[in-house]
Ligand binder design. Structure first.
Ligand code: IPE
Ligand code: IPE
Ligand code: MG
Length: 253
């Protein structure tokens, strides 16, 4: 068996020049994977890998904003990640909670608007309040929108949306794609133009199932703590070379 070269999957080749719509993605969504393997390769603990991963988020946000990206969504903890050993789960929850506390003021000063996607139930009440306070504090900011997908799963999100649709008494005739979209995650946030996965896997792992219908997928072998400015630029360059067709036929412009 040959190991897939990620470049084979990411490069769309030079045949078609990029269309004007593909210059810079407006919304980049990232599956921040590979913290554990990054740590193991350094004889460090998985916890140290997660700490390094959280430390990397600010750098990535700054660089994306500098490059003209308006929305950045990061997958921080999935509904399936509860299935990890309890020690790792509680370490991750605490780490992310502390990071939010530590960074929220600085993010606010940087004009970043914070949003959350995912289920709040199941989280400690204090944490839920801190998330709500961060969203409220930054609600009127006009810089980068930073969406944290935390306790998030794409299937759970769709089930929750359908539950709310039913309880609102929406009739079958009124239900269409636009209406269901409005019940999902973060109304007002456009679908991601690009989904980046670090850590080398080629799977979506229950991330933004609905919203990524036409996102450009990019996978890099770099584990999340190593995903730096150079890596971001490589991903953005690949995006600029893609031709998005949305099911239609490309016409010469
Ligand atoms: C991503 O890193 C962080 C979370 C899923 C919370 P992993 O912990 O999945 O790292 P690997 O995939 O085991 O290397
Ligand atoms: C996806 O990574 C979830 C997050 C990055 C939060 P996982 O490590 O959980 O995904 P799988 O298990 O490799 O599919
Ligand atoms: Mg992983």
């Amino acid at each position: 068996m040959t190991v897939a070269d990620p470049a084979d999957h990411n490069d769309t080749g030079p045949a078609v020049p990029p269309g004007p719509q593909t210059a810079v993605p407006r919304h980049v969504a990232i599956i921040m994977d590979g913290n554990g393997r990054w740590a193991e390769a350094r004889q460090q603990t998985r916890a140290e890998g997660h700490s390094a991963g959280v430390d990397n988020i600010r750098l990535v946000l700054k660089h994306l904003e500098q490059r003209g990206v308006e929305f950045a969504t990061v997958f921080a903890f999935s509904t399936e990640n509860w299935g990890r050993p309890p020690d790792e789960v509680s370490f991750l929850l605490n780490l992310l909670r502390e990071a939010l506390k530590k960074e929220v003021e600085d993010l606010h000063q940087s004009n970043v608007r914070i949003l959350h996607m995912g289920r709040l139930d199941g989280l400690p009440p204090g944490f839920r309040e801190e998330i709500a306070a961060a969203i409220e504090l930054t609600a009127r900011n006009t810089g980068l929108t930073f969406v944290v997908a935390f306790n998030y799963g794409g299937r759970a999100e769709i089930v929750d949306a359908v539950r709310r649709l039913l309880s609102d008494g929406i009739s079958i005739d009124d239900l269409d794609e636009e209406m269901l979209s409005g019940y999902l995650g973060c109304p007002g946030v456009p679908d991601p133009d690009m989904v980046i996965r670090t850590g080398g896997e080629f799977r979506i792992s229950n991330f933004l199932l609905w919203q990524s219908a036409y996102s450009e997928f990019y996978s890099t072998p770099a584990p999340w703590p190593d995903f730096d400015a150079e890596e971001i630029d490589r991903a953005l360059t690949a995006y600029a070379g893609r031709q998005r067709r949305f099911g239609k036929i490309q016409t010469a412009s």
